[in-house]
Design a protein around this ligand. Sequence first.
Ligand SMILES: [Zn+2]
Length: 82
Amino acid sequence: MSRASRPHLPMRPLWRCRRCGAEWPCQPARLALLVEYRADRTALLIYLSTLMAEAGEQLSQLNGHAAPERLTERFLSWARAR
Ligand SMILES: [Zn+2]
């Protein structure tokens, strides 16, 4: 698989990007999601809420201190319509 085609997807249960290693959703992942869901921001927010719940569960099992307010910032705040 070429480097360019490797998508920025989360690595569970760490929720880091498989490609760039940043906390997911990393910047390229956010851009890709905004493009993919450009016609339906509500669907994007629902999708991200689902992932946020999953991430919150897995991260708190890993380290016991997944801060919910930080997860909201990380998963949802950037995607809300301005
Ligand atoms: Zn990435």
